[in-house]
Design a protein around this ligand. Structure first.
Ligand SMILES: Nc1ncnc2c1ncn2[C@@H]1O[C@H](COP(=O)(O)OP(=O)(O)OP(=O)(O)O)[C@@H](O)[C@H]1O
Ligand SMILES: [Mg+2]
Length: 476
């Protein structure tokens, strides 16, 4: 099992090396205190001979050996052998000076992970000047060598065993706590990697779904646009010919036939309205919808919309009120699209208001607070002006819980088959998209005592320009 695997990690599977788990500072301290206590050098090596730590000041004999060329070479060869000797059991390696090194394996978790080298020391019973020493280099000063050797501490085997045992016990403690920290960090790393991997998998799945949904959405918009367009062409001739018939251009009609032709014409117009809505919606969805912004005041737009709606309102005895704030406020907007927004809102207001009710359209110029600016910046920032238009009615109103959803495409508060009001549920979603394309916002509130109020806020041309200039540069 690997650490990268998706299964839970098993502590026993974590292979450790001496370098991974040893605390170097604690090891140096242990070597220093052992050397200071017993006067013998100690070094710790990994199983491949890398020195991890130690304390072994050079003895005078060794310093003297270092001054004799042939002896120096022999000394180096011994040191190299000691360093690389892999020992499964304690071994003693002799030096030509008569001194020796004790090599003892470090076993952790049942595995040989390195070794402790103690020495050089004088073994108990070491001769005053062994023959191997006198023969190693022709330039050897025998007297000096002998007197220096006499100062080397002699250690009995039993004592050395105790020193090694003491050292390894202390080393075990260091390894144990190091191992604990190592395993904990490995497990932590494993779980982080695991979470990261899961996250990556989920992100990839989400990305795939997102791409697929985007593609479906695009296909849906293309489908809607094509269907709407194809339906509109034959419908235009249905409307046109039914109009000709009702106008008597194709010959005088009986009252009954005229009524049929009028019904065809009326329903054709209604269908055209629905199809135009679908077409607009699909254009807005696919981003192929364009605004032709020009400088304008809101007053004439609202005036025009109210005039258009007045005949239907009169027919239903609904009072239509218009109140426009005279304060001039220049908008940079597409007049046709704004007309479409307020026609939609007024059509709704009329549709959902019983006969004899009131629909009121009012506009005023407001100053908007910059939510993003901090206190200081807000004081210095230019005031952002906007036009607020309220379309209110005294109709059935929209329950509070539904107000957030009425702007969703195809959403209708009562979608039952017995619903008495017509429509596709696209009007408000088109309204919201057009208003947002102008940098504005739309929301719905409740009217008192009954009815709905749609509030549209459109930023002034100046505010719109400054908002656009604050946008980050488009990605390259
Ligand atoms: N003034 C209003 N009073 C009460 N309910 C409203 C009002 N305006 C909208 N609604 C509710 O919000 C729904 C969505 O309105 P929207 O204009 O999007 O669709 P629609 O009028 O049903 O159809 P369409 O506008 O596409 O012909 C409506 O069906 C209605 O339930
Ligand atoms: Mg509508």
């Amino acid at each position: 099992m690997t650490l990268q695997g998706s299964e839970p990690i098993d502590v026993a599977d974590i292979e450790v090396s001496l370098e991974d788990i040893i605390d170097r500072d604690a090891l140096s301290e242990l070597c220093r205190s052992t050397q200071a206590l017993f006067g013998i050098g100690v070094r710790v090596f990994t199983s491949d001979g890398t020195l991890l730590g130690g304390a072994a000041p050079e003895h005078e004999v060794c310093a003297y050996v270092g001054t004799l060329p042939a002896a120096r070479i022999a000394c180096r060869s011994i040191v190299a052998t000691v360093r690389t000797t892999a020992a499964d059991d304690d071994v003693v390696h002799p030096c030509f000076t008569g001194q020796a090194y004790r090599i003892s394996p470090i076993v952790f978790d049942g595995r040989n992970v390195g070794r402790v080298v103690i020495g050089p020391f004088g073994p108990h019973g070491m001769p005053d000047l062994p023959k191997s020493f006198t023969e190693v280099d022709g330039r050897l000063d025998v007297g000096r060598a002998k007197s220096l050797l006499a100062t080397v501490p002699r250690v009995k085997v039993h004592t050395l065993d105790r020193i090694v045992e003491h050292f390894k016990l202390a080393l075990d403690l260091i390894l144990f706590s190091g191992h604990k920290a190592f395993v904990t960090s490995k497990m932590h790393l494993h779980s982080v990697r695991e979470s990261y991997r899961e996250l990556e998998e989920k992100t990839a799945t989400l990305e795939q779904s997102y791409t697929r949904l985007k593609e479906l959405d695009r296909l849906k918009s293309i489908f809607l646009a094509t269907v709407s367009h194809e339906l509109r062409t034959p419908l235009t001739s249905i409307i046109g010919y039914s109009e000709l018939l009702t106008g008597g251009i194709g010959g005088e009609l009986s009252p009954e036939h005229r009524e049929y032709a009028e019904t065809i014409h009326r329903n054709g117009e209604h269908l055209l309205g629905l199809i135009s809505g679908l077409l607009d919606f699909s254009k807005l969805e696919s981003g192929t919808f364009s605004l032709h912004a020009a400088s304008l005041q809101i007053g004439p737009v609202l005036d025009d919309v109210v005039k258009t709606m007045r005949p239907s309102a009169d027919k239903r005895k609904v009072r239509l009120e218009l109140e426009i704030d005279d304060t001039p406020c220049e908008l940079a907007a597409d007049a046709d699209r704004l007309r479409q927004v307020f026609l939609n809102l007024m059509e709704n207001a009329l549709k959902f208001t019983p006969d004899g009710g009131t629909v009121r359209v009012s506009s005023r110029v407001i100053e908007q607070a910059d939510d993003d600016a901090d206190v200081g910046a807000a004081i210095l920032a230019p005031v952002r002006r906007a036009v607020e238009v309220r379309v209110s009615d005294t109709g059935i109103g929209i329950p509070e819980g539904e107000r957030g959803r009425v702007f969703d495409p195809f959403y209708q508060v009562d979608s039952s088959a017995t619903r008495k009001f017509g429509g596709t549920g696209l009007g408000l979603s088109i309204v919201r998209r057009i208003v947002e394309a102008h940098g504005g916002s739309v929301r719905v509130e409740g009217n008192v005592p009954t009815g709905a109020v749609f509030v549209v806020e459109l930023p002034s041309a100046v505010a719109q320009r400054s908002a656009t200039s604050q946008l980050p540069p488009p990605p390259k």
